[in-house]
Design a protein around this ligand. Structure first.
Ligand SMILES: Cc1cc2nc3c(=O)[nH]c(=O)nc-3n(C[C@H](O)[C@H](O)[C@H](O)COP(=O)(O)O)c2cc1C
Length: 140
């Protein structure tokens, strides 16, 4: 059985040279995810991450343990976990669009207030992550 998961987190303030550190992390994550059958997407602002992940239960459990212990971010808040029969990003071991003004503008209002996460906001954040990875199938 596969599962999908969406979380947001706060970037650690001591991330060295943010952009490059994140690009290196994404490259390593892609290799690991490909090996373990995980697919998903990551977006970030200057202050937060949001990540959507899909995979088998054991692979996702193992990955989330590592992600939650990772000092490059804090306050990992899982917003949604779902059992799935079909993946939304079957061809992406880790889609990452870099940090852009467009993404930041979309994300800040969604992520900033996640303490009061409501289903509509979670849905929009998920749509943003999936849409960035597959723009052709999800035109704006
Ligand atoms: C925001 C964020 C997203 C991450 N996403 C992944 C991922 O999708 N896959 C992955 O293998 N590691 C990811 N990592 C890195 C893991 O937390 C961890 O460092 C890596 O899997 C190596 O784990 P290990 O040092 O325990 O072997 C992510 C880290 C952060 C901060």
């Amino acid at each position: 059985m596969d599962r999908s998961l969406l979380y947001v987190s706060r970037q650690s303030s001591h991330l060295p040279d943010g952009g490059r550190a994140i690009a290196a992390m994404v490259a390593a994550a892609g290799v690991h995810n490909e090996r373990t059958g995980i697919t998903g997407a990551l977006v970030c602002t200057h202050a937060h991450f949001a990540q959507f992940l899909e995979g088998s239960n054991p692979a996702l459990d193992d990955l989330m343990h590592r992600i939650e212990r990772d000092h490059r971010h804090t306050d990992v808040t899982i917003l949604r976990v779902e059992a799935i029969t079909r993946r939304r990003l079957p061809t992406w071991s880790m889609a990452y669009s870099g940090s852009s003004t467009y993404v930041a503008r979309q994300m800040v209002p969604l992520i900033g207030e996640m303490s009061e996460a409501n289903p509509a906001r979670i849905e929009r954040l998920m749509g943003l992550l999936v849409g960035l990875a597959s723009p052709a199938s999800d035109p704006l």
